[in-house]
Design a protein around this ligand. Structure first.
Ligand SMILES: Cc1cc2nc3c(=O)[nH]c(=O)nc-3n(C[C@H](O)[C@H](O)[C@H](O)COP(=O)(O)OP(=O)(O)OC[C@H]3O[C@@H](n4cnc5c(N)ncnc54)[C@H](O)[C@@H]3O)c2cc1C
Length: 339
């Protein structure tokens, strides 16, 4: 059957923020052959392409996108012992749940992150002391330049904090089709993160218990998608935690007293949420129909009927406030489409 291309498809319902206009063309692809056909369509029409997963790290402009949105719907999970391959369109959290139930460790702390498997290597998703880079062996992709299929090793993906080649030097070059993970049967759960350490208070939990604890903590911060929780109408953390030199941290501490930080190699990471709150944007801060979550100052939310313009105005205001007080530029984490 030939690939169906829809026209003028609203994108807001395909995103967790629920804002933005329509895609000129939209194709839901369920096979690798479909992906190639969709690319051929875009070339023939002379339009740009955007690859959409779960839309959980995305802010779409109110004017929409004048090109073709390829919505990844490839499904399937296969296992060879502890080596697991999941298609890019699999729901990430269902995949994690399935792995934990099989007593396979390595992704349990990444429970509750919305979106699809194919989106996880793009920004090297991480939470509670784990990142997908810790377990990814390789990523199967379609190379948009050569139209050939490639299997990129973890090294070739160049994973660092919220970064890979997919969202930096090779942005727009590869379409992720599947991801292969190396997990550990009966693996020791990772309990390093402060919130989890406190939760278990010295006990050795099972993988299932870690997953449940992560979900509970995330729910308390509105960091799992929940249609009944308006604070979860977000794109997760809207800004990355800034990484600064130690000398810079010293200067900030001389001026402002204690500044929290995490070690990051030779440098340190300062929690963006702390900077935002101390620059005067409390949890539950409101700017028109946009705001920050009442449970997490780092999540910008669509309070009720916000537009992309409302969210950009709030983003700009927060960035300006943090810049003015701390001289630090907050870098947004979500992808901006159609701006
Ligand atoms: C409530 C909430 C909590 C969150 N918590 C976390 C967290 O703890 N840690 C974290 O790291 N992130 C978090 N996020 C952000 C987000 O869930 C992740 O970044 C997720 O992996 C994005 O996947 P997606 O499928 O939704 O990607 P999308 O939002 O659809 O796309 C994001 C980017 O990835 C690209 N992309 C997506 N799929 C593919 C593909 N198959 N091939 C090529 N490019 C692709 C898109 O083109 C776009 O550039 C959170 C978001 C929300 C809403």
């Amino acid at each position: 059957m030939s690939l169906e291309i829809q026209e003028n498809v609203p994108l807001a319902p395909h995103t967790t923020l629920g804002v933005g206009g329509a895609a000129r063309f939209f194709a839901r692809v369920t096979s690798e052959k479909d992906v190639v056909s969709a690319l051929e369509f875009a070339v023939a029409k002379g339009v740009a392409v955007f690859v959409l997963g779960g839309g959980s790290n995305l802010l779409v402009s109110d004017d929409g996108f004048p090109g073709l949105v390829i919505h990844i719907a490839l499904r399937g999970i296969s296992a060879q012992g502890e080596t697991i391959t999941a298609a890019a369109g699999e729901d990430w959290d269902s995949f994690v749940e399935h792995m934990v139930q099989q007593d396979l460790g390595g992704v349990e702390c990444l429970s509750g992150i919305p979106g699809f498997v194919g989106g996880t290597p793009v920004q090297n998703v991480g939470a509670y002391g784990q990142e997908v880079a810790d377990t990814i062996i390789s990523v199967r992709c379609l190379d948009r330049h050569t139209r050939g299929f490639v299997e990129l090793s973890s090294e070739e993906c160049k994973f660092t904090y919220r970064t890979s080649i997919f969202n930096s030097e090779m942005r727009d070059r590869y379409i992720v089709l599947g991801v292969t993970f190396s997990l550990e049967k009966g693996g020791e759960p990772k309990v390093f993160y402060k919130d989890l350490v406190e939760h278990f208070d010295g006990r050795h939990p099972t993988l299932i218990e870690v997953r449940e604890a992560v979900l509970k903590i995330r729910r308390s911060k509105s960091m799992v998608m929940d249609p009944t929780d308006p604070n979860s109408r977000s794109a997760g953390s809207f800004f990355k935690n800034p990484i600064v030199e130690r000398t810079r941290l010293g200067e900030l501490e001389d001026k402002f007293g204690r500044v929290p930080f995490f070690e990051y190699g030779d440098r340190v990471k300062i929690p963006a949420a702390w900077l935002i709150e101390h620059a005067g944007f409390c949890k539950g801060y409101k700017l028109g129909r946009a705001g920050t979550s009442s449970n997490h100052s780092l999540a910008l939310i669509n309070r009720n009927g916000a537009t992309a313009k409302d969210l950009i105005a709030l983003k700009d205001k927060i960035q300006a406030g943090v810049r003015e007080k701390y001289g630090i530029e907050l870098i947004p984490e979500p992808v901006f489409l159609g701006f």
